[in-house]
Design a binder for this molecule. Structure first.
Ligand code: FMN
Length: 389
């Protein structure tokens, strides 16, 4: 067992509980919540957990190999850290903590455009072993400058986000007056005072800011101006005309994130992209949508081997990763899970969370007698399996 595994928190739910106790409510609710009535947030996990695996016990078994090849790199496990915005609001230096843990464990780490560490800082920490998620800028000069910075920092894979054409409707964040840096309403001050460890750490590390975007932003914006600035700076809605020039100038691999339909998968293939992440943003954008695992099935059926198919939304454990892979995804990404880990355990949170997931996934593979992650689909209990019994 990894030395940085902390036996007091063996489950992701333990980390979530501890995170809830340790950080102010406005920060926890921003991390934990979905949108509208949270219907899709819950469906993502509950429908993923309907996927069942078949064990084959009487067989020769060589042991579980978690290694996974993606875009020319062999990773040590078939899961990665999804891009999350405003991470420093939940715990200071969260992106750095997770990026370091990802490099040490040799799994993919994706940096968000709107998080609290810059492209350059993460490039330095990881020696270029990171992926970068671009929110599409409205201005082409800004787009090109960000892409140049990502390339110079060694970014391995560019992730284009397509599922935020408008901001999700998130009642908790509205109620909490969520803003960057945190708004000092009486309510928020009281919440902060109740979390002295978070307050001290945040004071010590300084107010979080949008580190990658900072150099383009006018100084001294108040909250309202900041919101307006962000709205004007990014044009969330992607189309062919926006994707083509990026494909032309980015020499490395490009993955489209937020795909939930066969139509968008088809478009990604036609535009020469290398992969998709089937995702509904962790249920934070379209409450009336399908769960991500339901969206995955027809995409795998019709497009497997024509584009790399990755997955996120709702994954909270090693068995969940096995379920997503058995359903045809080649790698699963986790957003909230890793942030629960860091909010709960600070600098140890990344390592600990990865250790839990690896241990759980290995146990599932050993239990069902699966040697390689690419063989997990052979264990999927599907209609054919059921008909045989
Ligand atoms: C607090 C929070 C902030 C997020 N910010 C971003 C972001 O800046 N860019 C992005 O591409 N996805 C963002 N996402 C979505 C994640 O990358 C990922 O799709 C989602 O968390 C997966 O669902 P899960 O949390 O159930 O694992 C965010 C998710 C959360 C929970």
């Amino acid at each position: 067992m990894n030395l940085l595994y902390n036996p007091n928190y063996p489950a992701i739910d333990d980390l979530r509980d501890k995170a809830r106790r340790r950080i102010p409510r406005f920060a926890f609710e921003y991390l934990d919540g979905g949108c509208n009535e949270d219907v899709n947030l819950y469906k993502n996990t509950s429908e993923l957990r309907e996927v069942e695996l078949k064990p084959y016990y009487i067989s020769n078994y060589a042991g579980a190999d978690l290694k996974t090849e993606l875009f020319g790199h062999t990773y040590d496990a078939p899961f990665g850290i999804a891009p999350v915005g405003l991470q420093g609001l939940m715990w200071p230096n969260a992106p750095e903590i997770l990026a370091k843990a990802a490099v040490e464990h040799n799994i993919p780490f994706v940096l968000s455009t709107v998080t609290t560490s810059s492209i350059e800082r993460i490039g330095e920490i990881t020696e270029g072993k990171f992926w970068y998620q671009l929110y599409h800028p409205a201005d082409n000069a800004l787009r090109d400058d960000i892409l140049n910075r990502a390339e110079a920092a060694g970014c391995q894979v560019l992730v284009l986000l397509c599922d935020v054409p408008t901001f999700g409707y998130r009642p908790r964040d509205i109620r909490n007056g969520l803003a960057m840096p945190p708004k000092m309403t009486l309510r928020n001050i009281l919440q902060i005072m109740g979390k002295p460890n978070w307050a001290l750490q945040t004071l010590w590390h300084g107010q979080p800011n949008f580190a990658t975007m900072k150099k383009y932003m006018p100084k001294g914006l108040n909250m309202k101006q900041l919101g307006l600035y962000m709205n004007q700076t990014f044009s969330g809605r992607l189309n062919e005309e926006k994707i083509k020039p990026i494909r032309d100038r980015w020499k490395g691999k490009i993955v489209l994130k937020g795909v939930a339909s066969e139509e968008d998968t088809d478009m990604a293939i036609r535009l020469g992209l290398d992969g998709i992440i089937v995702s509904n943003h962790g249920g934070r954008q379209l409450d009336a949508g399908e769960s991500s695992i339901h969206a995955l099935a027809p995409i795998v059926r019709n497009y497997k081997n024509r584009i790399r198919i990755l997955f996120d939304s709702g994954v909270r454990s090693g068995p969940d990763i096995a379920r997503a892979l058995a359903s045809g995804a080649e790698c699963a990404f986790l957003g909230r899970t890793f942030m629960y880990g860091v909010a709960a355990l600070g600098a140890q949170g990344g390592q600990h969370t990865i250790a839990i997931l690896k241990t759980q996934l290995r146990q599932v593979m050993e239990q069902v007698c699966c040697d390689r992650v690419s063989d997990l689909p052979k264990h999927l209990v599907n209609e054919q399996h059921r008909m045989r019994t």
